[in-house]
Write a protein that binds this ligand. Sequence first.
Ligand code: CP
Ligand code: NVA
Length: 303
Amino acid sequence: MRGAYHPRLPVTRDFLTGEEPTGAELTALLERGLELKVGRRGGEGRGALDGRSVALVFEKPSTRTRVSFEVGVAELGGTPVVLRGDELQLARGESVADTARVLSRYVSAIVVRAGSHEAVAELAGAAAVPVVNGLTPEHHPCQALADLLTLRERFGGLEGLKIAYVGDGNNVARSLAIVGRSAGVEVKVASPEGYRLEPGLAALDCRDPREAVEGADAVYTDVWVSMGDESDAERRRADLAPYQINADLLDAASDRAIVLHCLPAHPGEEIAEDVLYGDRSAVWDQAENRLHAQKALLELLLA
Ligand code: CP
Ligand code: NVA
């Protein structure tokens, strides 16, 4: 059942950085995500995308984003059209804008994972249908929706929660800070010099992991070598080594703290193996919640 809390996005219907929905819309989206999760076996949401198709363009590898969107579109009654970047004429020089114009004639929305955020913004500018960012080097807002859904599910609400992100100030960290702020969550980030987010984005931006983790309700990390950073892998691993999430660091968090990771994980690097697979890890629920949060997002954008 859909309630009155299901408003449309104002101005633009794209979801590129996570700044687009208001706090109230975000709250509604997360409530709807939980509703879709609980009602999944009963077919909640079925028919929302009846007769509609959604293009899922992946220029980079993906497990969670691709499968959760493909399954999510199907569960809402729509048809997912998965396209790899190298099989589009885009790979042979057709412009991003022309690709957007043409896809808009076939599908009701475009989800895109690309190596350039500017290209995704250009696609959105030329598309006549909503465009959803499925990860760029700068932003991963769909991940942040699932992160918040997981926190909402575990703690019953979001307002006032303290989240510590420890490690590379990358796309995942940036989206968590942006979307977390809209939701009233206090996001503290600890990263070494050279890996920090833009000043002012997080509630606290420091270099000391313990300072960020102190009293936190959730401790979050992501890989040290993101897609596109491979040529710099050794230096990154050395610089980020003091930022591993392990049992010792977790001791500084709240007794009720959970552990988050967007996955894929590299146990023994950014996260200790016993923490990733331990009692406090919420990462598998977090991965599942990609599906529910994105179904709610698609309903919101396409309702
Ligand atoms: N977390 C995430 O986006 O995973 P994938 O790269 O597998 O999509
Ligand atoms: N920061 C990682 C996230 C992968 C889901 C990357 O961009 O590769």
